[in-house]
Design a protein around this ligand. Structure first.
Ligand SMILES: Nc1ncnc2c1ncn2[C@@H]1O[C@H](COP(=O)(O)OP(=O)(O)OP(=O)(O)O)[C@@H](O)[C@H]1O
Length: 258
């Protein structure tokens, strides 16, 4: 590991389960490629953590383990103290809300409302509670007035908001976002940042957008070649030019970490 900066001061509460704990996670794809080579990561409740790293580092592979889409070759993951395993999969999927990079992978119902209701309905939420969850999630992302429209007719930024609302309506304990700012125009990118800051909660955000990581996530981890190579305050990691260069990370031209 190039560098590990301990972000949290003081003794840890031994009795409080971490929001996410990953130890020794190894993943090999069927062709034998080892995309994760022993990842360790602990995220406390309420933390917002950016996952940074070059193309092919293993970031998406990591996120797909968090709700059991991929199974590890070895290692262990827990979410709120519960092991990610086939017997716990339903509860793990209730706890972990994964927002994919491309909202088209997530939205498939005739209307926005039905898309946002789909997840909680699938977890058994019905009637007035379902209505309330849908309404709250649409309000949180500023899409209430579009509830009856087809997701197909929305802009890319609006579709991203609906995909986020669909996950928020499930009230996940851990929100996982894969490239939330990708393909967004500057205004939509800023508006989504405002939504994410207002939503709060424990969040893991994979991104190549380093200023976005700085704005939204006090802590970042850098993954390269299937391993965590740095973990610390985002401002400190992004101010370390040598560290960034070593892992093919680059701030936009002229951007200075305040
Ligand atoms: N289905 C697959 N079969 C074999 N190898 C794969 C598969 N999917 C991904 N890989 C490989 O695993 C490694 C990690 O890929 P992953 O998509 O997790 O990286 P990433 O960090 O998310 O990259 P990017 O920033 O480009 O999205 C890469 O070398 C990739 O080629």
């Amino acid at each position: 590991m190039d560098r590990v900066t301990e972000q949290r001061a003081g003794p840890r509460e031994a009795l409080t389960a971490p929001a996410l704990e990953i130890s020794g996670l190894v993943h090999a794809y069927p062709d034998g490629h080892r995309a994760l080579r022993g990842v360790d990561l602990r995220v406390e409740p309420g933390e917002r953590v950016a996952v940074l790293g070059p193309n092919g580092a293993g970031k998406t592979t990591l996120t797909l383990h968090l709700n059991g889409v991929l199974r590890p070759a070895s290692g262990r993951l827990t979410v709120g103290g519960l092991a990610v395993s086939s017997k716990n999969l339903k509860e793990i999927r209730r706890r972990v809300g994964l927002v994919f990079q491309d909202p088209d992978d997530q939205l498939f119902m005739p209307t926005v409302r039905e898309d946002v209701a789909f997840g909680p309905a699938n977890f058994g939420v019905r009637g007035s509670e379902l209505d309330q969850r849908v309404q709250e999630a649409l309000e949180a992302v500023g899409m209430t007035e579009h509830a009856q429209r087809s997701p197909l007719r929305l802009s890319g930024g609006q579709r991203k908001r609906v995909a986020l609302a669909a996950v928020l309506a499930c009230r996940p304990e851990l929100l996982v976002l894969d490239e939330p700012s990708a393909n967004l125009e500057p205004v939509a990118r800023r508006e989504l940042a405002e939504v994410l800051l207002a939503v709060g909660g424990t969040t893991l955000m994979v991104t190549h957008d380093l200023p976005y990581a700085l704005q939204l996530c006090p802590r970042s981890v850098i993954i390269d070649d299937g391993r965590v190579v740095a973990d610390g305050p985002t401002a400190e990691l992004l101010a370390d030019e040598e560290l960034l260069a070593q892992h093919r990370l680059e701030l936009p031209f002229g951007f200075r970490v305040p």
